[in-house]
Design a protein. Sequence first.
Length: 154
Amino acid sequence: MTGRLLGIARHARPRGPMETADRVSVTLDGGIEGDHRGKRKPGGTGRRQVTVITRADWDAAMADLAGPQLDWWVRRANLLIDGVDLPQQTGARLHFAGGVILEITGECDPCSRMDEIAPGLKTALAPDWRGGVTARVLADGDLAIGDEVRIEHP
């Protein structure tokens, strides 16, 4: 089963504004080009280099949220994909058409910052890994909107 990359977002500093992009480079040591979280610290594992959320999970959260519909990137995730379910297990891999391979390292738990963005957003993102996954970069490459993505289970 394959899906598509629908969105790319990054932020240059903690709590900084999100910036969307049509294409980016991704590296083992830097994560998504221009995103502060992707840089591996010396001796670090890079466990949270990239965050990924699905359109279906975002849409479900928006359906649960009473209020205006929000753009997906307010979640502060890096990638929005569609057409596949993210595995709720560490070690699964996401293979993108541009050569990038990401390994899922865990659930991206929604934090209190989500309720600063919209009251109730943290709760709407909490069930069933709806807030997405964290991942580390296993292979460099480029990402572009529309790229195919496929899941490899461990």
